[in-house]
Design a protein around this ligand. Structure first.
Ligand SMILES: [Zn+2]
Length: 279
């Protein structure tokens, strides 16, 4: 009896094998977002302020700081803005530090399911893993300095193009690919879709620094795979175009901006009165 079952069991085991070995999943079941909150001072960013806003073509996200300024917010919790699935969680070093990207599915006003990615950058630590299903308000990490490169702050983005991942330089920093975070959150504070679950597409990013996109990136409902780099939107900004030509990385651009603020802040350090009050 047992021996006659053996070939059957063996073939069943072989059938299972490909799914065990098979590489990355293309979809993960996660709850639809029932609303979007701010990533700090949950849910309303209480005791935080926006140090730098969304600036199309230049800064495709927002920088959030604790009201105490300086590094007083180092180690403060950073929260997922909505239910979703973690699509990136790693230490990207080179100016980025620890980063987490969460993908959210939500029912838009027109009844259709839409997706956005929220990115949390320069983190001190990460508290979630790749492909983890998380909720609105789940702690994804803490505010950091990108390994001491900047004064502590959260760099935060909301993307409508689900292919960006950590390869920001391959996409124009415009409304074609991004939402301005605060207006997006304000518009979607409460959504009807509570308790519904949805198969969310995952593994749509090229590896960091690569322009080879996986198959799942081609099957996304909207947007297109970029040509590298996307010059079209940069026509209006010759300075930025030159930077790309100079092969400067995203991290370097970010560093330049942050460096400017750091130098400014160092000049007006609290507790160090300037002589004559002229500075
Ligand atoms: Zn920033």
């Amino acid at each position: 009896m047992i021996s006659s079952l053996r070939p059957l069991l063996l073939s069943a085991a072989l059938c299972l094998l490909p799914s065990v070995v098979s590489a990355k999943p293309e979809k993960i079941l996660a709850p639809l977002a029932d609303g979007f909150d701010y990533p700090v001072g949950k849910p309303n960013a209480v005791n935080y302020y926006k140090a730098r806003g969304f600036w199309p073509g230049v800064h495709p996200g927002e920088d959030w700081n604790g009201k105490g300024g300086g590094n007083t917010d180092l180690g403060d919790p950073v929260y997922s803005i909505a239910h979703g699935v973690v699509v990136a969680s790693a230490d990207y070093k080179r100016g980025w530090g620890h980063c987490v990207i969460v993908r959210h599915a939500y029912r838009a006003a027109d009844g259709k399911i839409r997706y956005v990615d929220s990115q949390y950058a320069h983190l001190n630590v990460r508290n979630v893993k790749l492909h983890q299903v998380i909720e609105r308000g789940t702690k994804v990490g803490t505010i950091g300095t990108a390994h001491g490169k900047y004064l502590a702050h959260l760099h935060f983005e909301i993307r409508k193009n689900l292919r960006i991942g950590m390869n920001r330089s391959q996409f124009s920093r415009t409304y074609e690919h991004y939402y301005s975070p605060t207006p997006f959150i304000q518009k979607h504070r409460k959504l009807k879709s509570a308790r519904r679950r949805h198969q969310i597409p995952v593994n749509t990013f090229a590896a960091y620094g690569s322009s080879k996109y996986p198959a799942a990136a081609k099957n996304l409902p909207s947007g297109k795979i970029p040509t590298v780099p996307d010059d079209k939107s940069r026509k209006l900004d010759p300075k930025l175009k030159k930077r790309i030509a100079d092969n400067r990385s995203d991290a370097k651009e970010e560093e330049e901006f942050e460096g400017f603020w750091k130098r400014l802040k160092n000049r007006i350090k609290p507790g160090k009165p300037t002589e004559g009050g002229t500075e």
